[in-house]
Design a binder for this molecule. Structure first.
Ligand code: SAH
Length: 458
C-alpha cells in the first residue's frame, strides 16, 4: 500500500478544504500533511484540485471544481480576472477583502519581537470600490505585428489585453484604444524588451476626478515620434478633455518605465488634482497616490496622529510632491520635506506656492542623508513623518530617529512586511508602537497601506 505522502504526486486529483489565504491571496489547505496552495480558492471552500507541482515544502494545486463555495465568494466583475496580474481578490466579497487586510497586518504584527499590546484597527475601506485609480500604466507589446496595450499577466511580462478596466476611470479605456489605433495605422515600431529595439514602450494616463484634467504620456525608446502632430490631433479629437500630452524618452535597457526627458506635445506639463482644500500639480515623473478618495482618508488620519500645535516643527521624509507636508502645514509652525526625485521636489516647492503656504521648505536628497544633515544644521523636529517606498526606511533614517527621539513619529507604509520590520527595530530602540490604522488604497488587490503611531518611551 502507498504511504500518504507518496499518494500526493503530480497530476493526481484530490478534494481539499481551503483553510487559509497567503499574502498574495492564494488559497491554502493541507493534504496528506503537506501544505497545498490553490490559486483562486477561498477559505472555507471544499474544492477539487489537480496537483501540478510539488516542491520539498509544499504542493501547488490547480482549481478544477468548487464543490462548496465560500459564503463570501462573488463573481469577479472583470472579464480578464483569471489572466490579468492586476487584481487578485475580485472573487472575494469586498467586506471580506477588507477583513483579510486587517488580519494580514495583525498576523505580521504578531511576529514582532519588540512590541506587544499594539492596537490594530479595522481597515478603512471604500463605499464604492470601483473606478478608484487615477493612474493607468500600459506596457506596449505586439501580437502578430499589431500593437497590444494591456496589463502584465501575473508574475510574467505577457501582456493581457482588455477592453475595459473597472478600477480605472472609463476615459482611460478610450485613450488606450485611441493610442493603439494610432500605433497600428501609422505602423509605429513597437518596443521589444528582450532585444531593446522598437519605439513605443509604455502609455501612462493620469486623470483627476476633481479637476477633470487628463494627462497622457507616451514613453518611447527614441527622441522623435513619427506623425507627432497627427498623434496630438487624433487624441485630442477622440478625447476632447485631454489637458496634456507628453512624450517621454526612455532610451535605457531597464525595467524603469519613465526616462528623464519629457517633451510637452500639447497643453500643460503637469496635471492638477485637489486633495482636501489644496491643489496639487503633478509632473509625469513624480509619485502621486493613485486613489485620491482614500488618500484624503489616509492624510486625515496622519493629521489626527500628528496631534500638531501651531508652535511645532515637522519633518516629512519621502515627501513626494509635498502632499502630506502641505496637508499638515497650516497646523504647524514649520514644515520640512525631503524627497529624492528632483522633479517631485520642484512640484512640492511649486505646490506650496500655489496654495499660498509659506512655512514649508523642501529639499532634494536621500532621507538617509537629508535627516542627519537637517539635524546637524539645528532643526529640532517635534514630529517626524516617514512614508518610504516598499523597501521601507533606510537604516540610517531609523538610527537617526532613535537618536533624536521626536515627540511623535508617524510611519505611513505601503508594505506591511517592511513596516513591521522597521517598527520592531524602533520598538527595540526606545519607541512605543501604539497603534496601526490600515487603509484600503487598492481595493481588489492584496496591497495594504498602513499608518502607525509611535512615541518615545519616557
Ligand atoms: N508622501 C508622499 C510620497 C510617498 S511615496 C505621498 O503621500 O504622496 C515614497 C516617495 O519616496 C517617492 O516620492 C519616492 O520618490 C521617494 N523616495 C524613494 N527613496 C527615497 C529616499 N531614499 N529618500 C528620499 N525619498 C525617497
Amino acid at each position: 500500500m502507498l504511504s500518504m505522502r507518496e499518494r500526493l504526486v503530480k497530476n493526481s486529483y484530490h478534494t481539499i478544504t481551503i483553510t487559509g489565504m497567503t499574502s498574495e491571496g492564494l488559497g491554502t489547505g493541507i493534504l496528506e500533511g503537506i501544505p497545498v496552495i490553490v490559486k483562486k480558492a477561498l477559505p472555507g471552500e471544499l474544492v477539487n484540485i489537480k496537483i501540478i507541482k510539488i516542491t520539498p515544502t509544499l504542493a501547488i494545486g490547480k482549481l478544477i471544481e468548487i464543490i462548496n463555495p465560500a459564503a463570501d465568494r462573488v463573481d469577479p466583475f472583470c472579464k480578464i480576472f483569471s489572466r490579468c496580474g492586476g487584481c487578485s481578490l475580485q472573487h472575494l466579497g469586498y467586506e471580506s477583502q477588507v477583513r483579510f487586510k486587517t488580519e494580514r497586518v495583525r498576523e505580521l504584527a504578531g511576529t514582532a519581537a519588540a512590541f506587544t499590546n499594539i492596537i490594530i484597527h479595522k481597515t478603512l475601506g471604500m463605499d464604492t470600490p470601483l473606478h478608484y485609480r487615477n493612474k493607468a500604466l500600459y506596457p506596449v507589446g505586439q501580437k502578430g505585428g499589431a500593437p497590444v496595450l494591456g496589463f502584465y499577466a501575473n508574475r510574467s511580462h505577457d501582456i493581457v489585453e482588455h477592453s475595459t478596466c473597472d478600477i480605472q476611470p472609463e476615459i482611460v479605456n478610450t485613450i488606450r484604444a485611441a493610442v493603439r489605433d494610432f500605433l497600428l495605422t501609422y505602423k509605429i515600431s513597437l518596443y521589444d524588451e528582450t532585444r531593446h529595439v522598437g519605439l513605443a514602450r509604455h502609455l501612462m494616463v493620469r486623470a483627476s476626478v476633481k479637476t477633470g484634467e487628463i494627462m497622457v504620456v507616451l514613453v518611447i525608446n527614441g527622441s522623435h515620434l513619427p506623425r507627432q502632430a497627427l498623434f496630438v490631433k487624433q487624441l485630442t479629437t477622440k478625447v476632447p478633455g485631454i489637458t496634456s500630452i507628453i512624450l517621454n524618452s526612455n532610451l535605457e535597457d531597464t525595467n524603469a518605465i519613465l526616462g528623464e526627458t519629457n517633451r510637452v506635445l500639447y497643453g500643460k506639463s503637469v496635471i492638477t488634482d485637489i486633495l482636501g482644500d489644496l491643489r496639487f500639480e503633478v509632473s509625469p515623473g513624480s509619485f502621486y497616490q493613485v486613489n485620491p478618495a482614500q488618500t484624503e482618508v489616509l492624510y486625515r488620519k496622519v493629521l489626527e496622529y500628528a496631534e500638531l500645535s501651531e508652535t511645532e516643527t515637522v519633518v516629512d521624509l519621502y515627501c513626494g510632491i509635498g502632499t502630506i507636508s502641505l496637508f499638515l502645514a497650516s497646523h504647524a509652525n514649520k514644515m520640512y520635506g525631503v524627497e529624492i526625485v528632483e522633479e517631485a521636489v520642484q512640484d512640492a516647492i511649486r505646490n506650496a506656492h500655489v496654495n499660498g503656504i509659506t512655512n514649508a521648505d523642501f529639499f532634494q536628497g536621500a532621507a538617509e542623508d537629508g535627516l542627519p544633515r537637517m539635524i546637524q544644521q539645528g532643526v529640532t523636529p517635534d514630529v517626524v513623518l516617514v512614508d518610504p517606498p516598499r523597501k521601507g526606511c533606510g537604516e540610517r533614517v531609523l538610527e537617526t530617529l532613535c537618536h533624536i527621539r521626536p515627540k511623535r513619529l508617524i510611519y505611513v507604509s505601503c508594505d506591511p512586511k517592511t513596516l513591521i520590520r522597521d517598527l520592531d527595530f524602533l520598538a527595540a530602540h526606545g519607541f512605543h508602537v501604539a497603534e496601526i490604522q490600515p487603509v484600503d488604497m487598492f481595493p481588489h488587490t492584496t496591497h495594504v497601506e498602513c499608518i502607525a503611531r509611535l512615541k518615545p518611551v519616557s
